[in-house]
Design a protein around this ligand. Sequence first.
Ligand SMILES: Cc1ncc(COP(=O)(O)O)c(C=O)c1O
Length: 388
Amino acid sequence: MKPLSKVAENVTPSPIREMFNKAIGMKDVVSFTVGEPDFNTPDNIVKAAVTALENGEHHYTPNAGILPLRQAICRVTNASHGLSYCPENQVIVTAGGMEALMLTMMTLLDPGDEFILGDPCWTNYSRQILMCSAQPRFIGVTAENNFTFDPDALEAAITDKTKGFIINSPANPTGGIASRSALEKIAEIAVKHDLYVISDEVYSRLVYDDNDVCSIAALPGMAERTMIINSFSKTYAMTGWRVGYAVGPAHIIGNMVKLQENVAACVNSAAQYGALAALEDSQKAVEDMVRTYAARRELCIKEFSTIPGLHCFAPQGTFYLFVDISGSGMSAGEFAGDLLEKEKVIVVPGNAFGSESDRYVRLSFATSEDTIREGAARIRRYMTKRMN
Ligand SMILES: Cc1ncc(COP(=O)(O)O)c(C=O)c1O
């Protein structure tokens, strides 16, 4: 038989799956791997989707999404960013933030182009870039910079093939938030080298300790070259609904709408009505969820920062704890495998997020306080034995 496409063969499964597979069939496992809210979607959103179905919303919608949802997205984005995006031609509703990212990359990238990513970063970015036959280029980012690009390192990585870079703030897997001053320097580089920027803001509402989240799109000269990616998944506990969006320059969005016609036609129509209710109704459910994450974060910091041999970065946003395990003397893969075998705790090894991040593991605290306590006790026991 003829070979399959190189693109399909080049995309490898994420190491996160490997950890799940190893745990299959094990009993009494404590899992810190899940990258999604452990809450159900708020009732008002569910009811709005059910009502839409009862009212006969059973058909294709415009490729860009229903107009009231695009209007609501622009209202919310314009209010938070101080910008003036137009619902008619500067927003597209997508199947999660993931499809917004994919359509953006398909619109920006030609084969051979390069796109710069932080190491660590969310696993799917590099795979999506490879799916466009383009090349991800990684730059190490460190806790000293809140895991944001060092401007000098970013500039040094730019070649004549570089099309742009991704800013993810707050970031998965680190929980770091890019400061306004760092973003100002990064924005200057984007303008100087005429680069596109993808600003992945899917965790922008999950923020702690009054940390300020600034969007690079709002900085001078940036709206015309920045694609804002956002999603209902994390903020409204709607991962399974698959609704996200991209907001940006009309000529980029116009091309994405054209691609959408050939990929999915549109997002599930009832889910779009649910998303509309999410933006238009009271935000109390979100505030309650964020308060719960904040308490779990405090608990995680308290528990994990006193475990011998571990060092954790206090996350400024998201529901992830990024822990430096180099004190264990093991690579992240060895640590995660051994911890699962000896204590039945699953964590995600940092090399899932970039080759330079092999001394970290990621723990998700989108789980109960009891699970956090039990998992921390097991990891403490494991590390105490290892350090003695
Ligand atoms: C950084 C980041 N961006 C985008 C996404 C995409 O999420 P969704 O497609 O569910 O909106 C995720 C999901 O884990 C993520 O962590």
